[in-house]
Design a protein around this ligand. Structure first.
Ligand code: P1T
Length: 379
């Protein structure tokens, strides 16, 4: 089946009980057994729940993977990957990434003896300088949050294979509609389902998809042993959201382009970060590994003027000032004080997350309303 069909049917068939077309919300913690071990495939909802299983199979199908696992949040999914590691292990990660991922790495896992190297992966060869015999994981976010850098997944995968290091890709910004990291050589693809997959800003959820059976078994063990799973109601909402992923992403890409181009031509705007621009540092790689450039755009005000940035954010009317992204509605954020506040200022600014940076999650409203809103807000 083609991708657009799998968003609707992946992992789902009419429910055997009554033929319900949508997977029912199996709102139950446990399942009756006729004799110990005598059950119909489900025992206890932390271990597995039919609504969650339908979602996990759907996610695996969308990422061209074999095994999907759904978690209580994106960070819970990342946490499960890190639990594959042991004290003394090392991780090489992108330096420009979601602040919460950085916080989990440095404030939780460094205490457990894991060492992280945060590096600029624009030149993929630079990664090799940080790989030691203790390196177990390369963590890549692409496009990066919030600078929209693009990392060459095929090139990183080659390095990972050469050194027998696992490669995980946070595919939250791109979604499997635009980019399928497992096909490009990644071992694990991770999502904050909260964002484009859910698509309606009505749930918090994370996911992992892998191809390797042994890796899937280890992650399943962690998922069940730790218990940071999503509930059946949220699994249902995610399944419903995913059914329009392909349509929404088309419009996100169109509106993202229109907004990026508008901002770029505005005299009061300095830099606009969007991988669709021909002069974006890694535009060619984006073109190679993505089907489109997405709906995320970030920009700075002329002269890096912080007050001007705050004024714009406060003036916006159609864009809502809020954390998160990927919903049908347009959101604006101030990474330095919101999503990336947990990264020390100096490190943050080195990655480009300066105080005048504004991040937009361009929604699927009418393009003219979005442009007019920016026009009146920037003045
Ligand atoms: O919020 P949660 O579902 O736990 O997902 C964490 C996460 C992981 N990876 C990326 C790339 C993300 O953007 C996020 C969450 N990001 C935001 C809340 C944000 O506004 O950027």
């Amino acid at each position: 089946m083609k991708f657009n069909t799998r968003t609707i049917h992946g992992g789902q068939k009419p429910d055997p009980a009554y033929g319900s077309v949508m997977p029912p919300i199996y709102q139950t913690s446990t399942f009756a057994q006729s004799t110990p071990g005598g059950h119909k495939g489900f025992e206890y909802s932390r271990s597995a729940n039919p609504t969650r299983t339908a979602l996990e199979n759907c996610l695996a199908s969308l990422e061209n993977g074999s095994y999907g696992l759904a978690f209580a949040s994106g960070l819970a999914a990342i946490d499960a990957v890190l639990k594959l590691l042991e004290p003394g292990d090392e991780v090489v990660s992108t330096s420009d990434l979601y602040g919460g991922s950085y916080r989990l790495f440095t404030k939780i896992y460094e205490n457990f003896g894991i060492k992280f190297h945060f590096i600029n992966m624009n030149n993929v060869e630079d990664i090799e300088a940080y790989i030691t015999h203790d390196t177990k994981l390369i963590w890549v976010e692409t496009p990066t949050n919030p600078m929209m850098n693009i990392i060459d997944i095929v090139a990183v995968a080659k390095i990972a294979k050469k050194h027998e290091v696992m490669l995980a890709v946070d595919n939250t910004f791109a979604t499997p509609y635009l980019q399928q990291p497992l096909d490009l050589g990644a071992d694990i693809v991770m999502h904050s389902v909260t964002k484009y997959l859910g698509g309606h800003s009505d749930l918090i959820m994370g996911a992992l998809v892998v191809n390797d059976k042994d890796l899937a078994d280890r992650l399943y063990f962690i998922q069940n042993a730790i218990g940071a799973v999503c509930g059946p109601q949220d699994a249902f909402l995610a399944l419903r959201g995913i059914k329009t992923l392909h349509l929404r992403m088309q419009r996100h890409c169109e509106n993202g382009k229109a907004v990026a181009e508008y901002l770029r031509n505005h005299p009061k705007i300095e830099n606009v970060n969007w991988p669709g621009f021909k002069d974006h540092a890694n535009h060619e790689i984006a073109k190679k590994q993505m089907k489109g450039f997405g709906g995320m755009v970030s920009f700075t005000t002329k002269g890096n003027n912080y007050d001007e940035a705050i004024k714009i954010i406060e003036n916006l009317k159609v864009f809502t000032l809020a954390e998160s992204l990927g919903g049908v509605e347009s959101l604006a954020g101030h990474p330095a004080s919101m999503t990336h506040a947990s990264i020390p200022k100096e490190e943050r600014e080195q990655a480009g997350v300066v105080d005048s940076l504004i991040r937009l999650s361009v929604g699927i409203e009418d393009e003219a309303d979005l442009i007019n809103d920016l026009k009146q807000a920037i003045g």
